[in-house]
Design a protein. Structure first.
Length: 257
């Protein structure tokens, strides 16, 4: 469902990421892991068709991203920071407008909107105006907005930011339901802890470079001298390795000074 081969993104003479290669099968959940500045959000923007890749190949939802970007955009839903416009609109009217803007036929909109409201537990807020929603409700509405055109691939960029622990747990449970429905999920996150058990495999990024990719067993092989039992372990071991390498480089510079 998502197949990336040697992806690179350059703007001018600057390479923002390079050599990204991994595959996500239909109905799986994958993650792009890394600290801030690793290139996760840029990768999501490329896959959403917002930025044009410089080299490599990418197939999303069965469509070539370079030659069929408009088709990719129809099968992809991007969930990020809530951006609610026209605050006096009601939740239901807003979602119907989103469905219409994404080409959903008039006769199909009501059913799709109802399904999205039910899945995101916003059915009882259908007549609420957007500016009355709590942060958690606004985050769930962002997911409902994406679901309003029934995409097969969901790109989730730090989807738990700003949510309290209960809101995070409820959102992750929604992702489990979407995965069970056959949706393909790609989560960009600097903290995989809430997604343990949901993620099938991951790509670990560092400053636009792919450090490792695969399932948890592959990550254990990448960190052979450590006890990696979770995606969080893998990320922490990577960050510790970077810190130790940076410390070693500083010591070498001091000794040669």
């Amino acid at each position: 469902m998502i197949d990336l081969q040697a992806l690179s993104l350059r703007i001018g003479r600057k390479t923002l990421f390079d050599g990204i290669t991994f595959r996500v099968e239909a109905g799986q959940c994958a993650a792009a892991l890394g600290a801030n500045g690793a290139g996760k959000s840029l990768l999501m923007r490329v896959l959403a068709g917002e930025l044009r890749l410089s080299s490599g190949t990418a197939t999303v939802g069965g469509h070539d991203l370079r030659r069929q970007a408009s088709r990719v955009r129809r099968v992809v839903g991007v969930v990020g920071e809530p951006t609610l416009l026209s605050p006096r609109l009601t939740v239901a009217v807003y979602l119907e407008a989103c469905a219409s803007a994404n080409g959903v036929k008039r006769g199909e909109r009501a059913a799709i909107v109802e399904d999205a409201l039910a899945l995101t537990e916003l059915a009882d807020r259908r007549n609420a105006e957007l500016d009355t929603l709590s942060r958690g409700e606004a985050q769930r509405l962002e997911l409902a907005r994406v679901l309003a055109h029934d995409p097969s691939v969901l790109l989730l960029d730090e989807p738990l930011d700003g949510l309290d622990p209960l809101g995070q747990a409820e959102t992750v449970e929604m992702f489990r339901e979407l995965k069970a429905m056959g949706k393909t999920l790609l989560i960009a996150t600097r903290d995989p802890s809430p997604f343990e058990g949901l993620i099938d495999h991951a790509a670990l990024l560092e400053r636009g470079r792919q450090v490792a990719a695969g399932d948890l067993e592959a990550f254990r092989a990448f960190f052979p001298d450590t006890n990696v039992t979770s995606w969080r372990d893998a990320l922490l071991h990577h960050l510790a390795r970077l810190r130790d390498n940076a410390g070693g480089a500083e010591t070498a510079e001091e000794e040669t000074a």
